[in-house]
Design a protein around this ligand. Structure first.
Ligand SMILES: *[C@@H]1O[C@H](CO)[C@@H](O)[C@H](O)[C@H]1NC(C)=O
Ligand SMILES: *[C@@H]1O[C@H](CO)[C@@H](O)[C@H](O)[C@H]1NC(C)=O
Ligand SMILES: *[C@@H]1O[C@H](CO)[C@@H](O)[C@H](O)[C@H]1NC(C)=O
Ligand SMILES: *[C@@H]1O[C@H](CO)[C@@H](O)[C@H](O)[C@H]1NC(C)=O
Ligand SMILES: *[C@@H]1O[C@H](CO)[C@@H](O)[C@H](O)[C@H]1NC(C)=O
Length: 769
């Protein structure tokens, strides 16, 4: 007895000092609650579908409708607590949603670079690893009562227009790359444990949402006019890959209308496309107040009850907002929808909660139940944030070359600019409180003596009052590093940019400092969107340009590591850097991806726009040089076709065949490329493979079909195997929105090397009807 008492009080003592890690009460199905202990929905041995059915059967209508919103009400008689569905984790656990509360036990979380920077690494392993770390921290915070388990991240809209304020949140402008990013990050967040979820991710905002506020048009009123072709080969690609390859547990519909229909009210999009065709296993949530927006701002229905009914019948399962809790029961009473419609929505949300283990009783004994405050901001997690920044930084220009700097020759550095000693600018939007910060100034101080001068009071840089100090500093130092660019006052949610140039007098500061600089002048840019820095590209006094994106909590350390060559840069631009002229006569509201010479419309992204650029998609230099040669590659690929059983019609147009008629399994094109590091430094090479389909299909003039990264020591050579899925990536979309494989000659571009391959159809076998 005595020893048992000691044991109990010791356990109690540990519970106290571990604090919230073990303190969370069960969300539901508390084993101590006699009312629910024996009920089927609490029985972990039953299939989830049966448990959900049992639970839904026990709810009153009034209880049901109060579960249709992000702040889902408690169901006291069934021992279910209230739940906040809205948490965010775009690049670290974020305080943007009300589900996350940073407190004494969890005062910060690892803040990775903003997504546009991480995307520039082109490293699929890194993307998934970040998701794993973020979900460890999210689970730890959930255990401590400081966060939810449902995260409305990532944002995988196409970065279509360079002015978009939220482009920073996305993996860039290429649909395939955005899809691969989505699937990798989602896998990292959700864990690879069958139907069980570590946390539930969400790909947003479906679809064609990439305008916040431009020239009087805002996202709540915007009607995006999109062709079937652009929808299928651009806007929906990342969402489809997120569902089919990432098995994401949620998709969020957006605010805007698409071709006149609000996305959250569109059964063709939600029920037919996402749930039936793509096979979403999870729930569809609205952007916050989307239902209210399509009723009150877009006047899509004449009564609020109709709006509630239309949304649920279209396939919406959860409303971020209060609308469905207020109006669904009235809609039911008016016969605008059925109880079965409501049950269908609940089935989708409750099943996700069950897959998260929320009805499995005591949280501390479940998977991840042991994670607590000591698992957040660990040295390993913070090291990964630093590593992600190093991998994402892009070297745009390096004349002579002047980088890396030398510890011996560059002992005193003038560190200049409004972003030179910033902290929260480095983490962009949808961030949390980071574990700590290393600003560029602090990073450079680990390598050299510094003279710091902001040059401008802020990024708006409205006057030259502080220029004198900056010019003096540059005059005295062995080298000058200017850290310029943007922040959330220039590009953000609600704020699209007006132009692409550096704000205010920044350009003037850079040029004047470069003129005064005794040593090399290096321009470092922080921004989500591209900046027209033609002036610096063309100025011989500015010897190097680096784009750091928003590099996260350790960004300054990573920038310094690149400047001094501790890290050999390897990032590549995930979006085109256009000249200012590109946007001067281009409405942001014009959604067409394809150019039109009649309309004088330039087209969008590297896949369609062929005009002048400041830096192209995929640009990024290294401190070494790589040479690619093709070791082996087929000249002909036979595409087996079948699928003519219904009509017995096995002919196909001589130009292309429908993907649905091809036998796609295992149909791949394998290239072997030898990469030689011909420079004197070890480095990492990012191989981007573009395909140029045969002409005459209104297809992209080229598109990314594969990417691979390899680390290669100086002087060494490595053979890289590249696998291209023919049906997925060598196909194109026709004007009816149908995916087809164009037959004939495709040119594959790998750096400077081009390889030609001919796709030819062969009848595989006929299926008799
Ligand atoms: C990709 O990132 C991971 C995680 O940081 C790293 O271990 C790996 O070396 C990177 N791959 C390449 C080829 O650099
Ligand atoms: C729903 O009702 C609550 C409480 O009356 C109110 O605060 C909220 O604004 C309502 N929401 C909508 C969308 O009507
Ligand atoms: C740089 O920023 C840090 C953090 O905000 C601040 O503590 C420090 O004083 C700044 N350094 C200079 C030289 O202004
Ligand atoms: C220069 O700009 C700063 C920051 O906007 C402002 O505080 C200051 O008054 C301005 N100085 C002059 C001379 O306009
Ligand atoms: C067979 O397919 C071709 C090409 O798609 C079409 O023109 C033709 O009408 C079809 N014939 C029948 C009998 O369906």
């Amino acid at each position: 007895m005595a020893s048992a008492t000691v044991h109990t009080s010791l356990t109690f003592f540990f519970l106290l000092i571990l604090g919230k890690a073990l303190a969370r009460d069960p969300f539901a199905c508390d084993p101590r609650d006699a009312r629910t202990a024996g009920l089927p929905f609490c029985r972990t041995t039953l299939p989830i579908s049966e448990r959900v059915k049992d639970l839904v059967g026990r709810l009153t209508t009034n209880e049901k409708v109060r579960l249709l919103v992000n702040k889902a009400a408690a169901v006291p008689h069934l021992g279910i607590k209230e739940y906040e569905w809205w948490s965010e984790a775009l690049h670290g656990v974020s305080f943007t949603g009300p589900g996350v509360i940073f407190d004494d036990d969890f005062s910060g979380a690892t803040s990775f670079p903003q997504v546009i920077t991480t995307a520039a690494s082109f490293n699929v392993t890194l993307w998934e690893a970040i998701g794993q770390v973020v979900s460890d921290e999210a689970r730890a915070m959930y255990n401590g009562g400081a966060a939810g388990l449902t995260y409305w991240s990532p944002n995988v809209n196409i970065f279509r227009d360079p002015r978009w304020g939220r482009g920073q949140e996305t993996p860039g402008e290429d649909p395939m790359m955005a899809g691969v990013y989505a699937a990798s990050y989602v896998k990292g967040l959700q864990g690879n444990n069958g139907d069980r979820l570590k946390v539930a991710a969400c790909c947003k905002h479906l679809t064609a949402y990439d305008l916040d506020d431009w020239n009087g048009v805002d996202r709540y009123h915007f009607n995006a006019k999109v062709t079937k072709q652009d929808m299928e080969d651009t806007f929906n690609v990342p969402f489809k890959m997120c569902v089919t390859e990432g098995n994401v547990a949620s998709v969020m519909c957006s605010y805007n209308k698409v071709n006149g229909v609000p996305t959250c009210a569109d059964p063709n999009l939600l029920k037919k496309t996402v749930r039936s065709q793509w096979g979403l296993n999870g729930y569809i949530v609205s952007d916050c107040d989307s239902v209210d927006v399509f009723y009150n701002a877009q006047h899509y229905t004449s009564t609020p009850e109709e709006a509630a009914a239309v949304a649920i019948k279209a396939g919406l399962d959860l409303d971020c907002g209060t609308f469905l809790a207020n109006y669904t029961e009235k809609a039911l009473n008016r016969g605008l929808l059925s109880e079965a419609d409501i049950d269908g929505a609940l089935f989708n949300t409750l099943a996700v909660q069950m897959r998260l283990g929320m009805y499995d009783g005591e949280p501390s004994t479940q998977p991840f139940g042991n994670l607590g405050p000591r698992d957040v901001c660990t040295p390993a997690h913070q090291e990964l944030a630093l590593e992600a920044a190093r991998q994402g930084i892009v070297l745009l220009k390096n004349d002579r070359p002047s980088l890396p700097l030398s510890n011996l020759r560059h002992r005193t550095i003038a560190v200049i600019g409004p972003n030179a000693n910033v902290t929260d600018t480095m983490i962009g939007n949808y961030a949390g409180f980071p574990c700590q910060y290393t600003s560029p100034l602090q990073g450079i101080r680990n390598y050299a003596k510094t003279i710091y001068q902001p040059g401008c009071a802020d990024v708006a840089c409205s006057n030259d009052t502080l220029f004198g100090g900056a010019i003096n500093a540059a005059h005295q130092a062995d080298a000058t590093v200017l850290v310029m660019g943007l922040d959330q006052s220039i590009e953000a949610e609600f704020i699209d940019r007006i132009g692409l140039l550096l704000p205010g007098r920044q350009q003037d500061l850079v040029s004047r400092v470069a003129m005064a600089s005794k040593g090399p002048t290096i321009l470092v840019l922080m921004s989500g969107g591209p900046i027209d820095v033609s002036f610096a590209k063309n100025d011989p006094r500015i010897s190097a340009i680096i784009w750091a994106g928003y590099p996260g909590q350790a960004g300054g350390a990573a920038i310094a590591d690149v400047l001094y060559g501790t890290t050999n840069p390897e990032g590549k631009l995930p979006m085109t850097w256009y000249p200012q002229d590109y946007v001067s006569n281009l409405p942001m509201t014009e959604m067409s991806m394809r150019p039109s010479s009649i309309k004088g419309y330039p087209g969008r992204t590297y896949r369609f726009y062929k005009g002048p650029v400041v830096y192209p998609f995929g640009h990024g230099l290294s401190y070494t040089n790589f040479v690619n040669t093709i070791a082996s590659a087929p000249n002909v690929v036979h595409v087996p076709i079948f699928g003519c059983h219904r009509s017995g019609n096995c002919t196909f147009s001589d130009q292309s065949i429908k993907v649905s008629h091809a036998k796609c399994d295992k149909l791949s094109l394998v290239l072997h490329v030898d990469v030689k590091n011909v420079g004197s430094k070890d480095g990492t090479h990012t191989l981007l493979v573009f395909s140029e389909p045969p002409a005459g299909h209104l297809a992209p003039h080229k598109q990314l079909v594969a990417f691979e990264k390899v680390h290669i020591p100086a002087g060494a050579r490595q053979r890289v195997r590249i696998h291209i899925h023919v049906c997925k990536f060598l196909s194109i979309i026709d004007t009816a929105g149908v995916r087809r494989i164009p037959l004939g000659v495709h040119n594959l571009h790998i750096g400077d090397v081009t390889h030609t391959v001919s796709l030819q159809a062969v009848a595989h076998r006929l299926i008799k009807s």
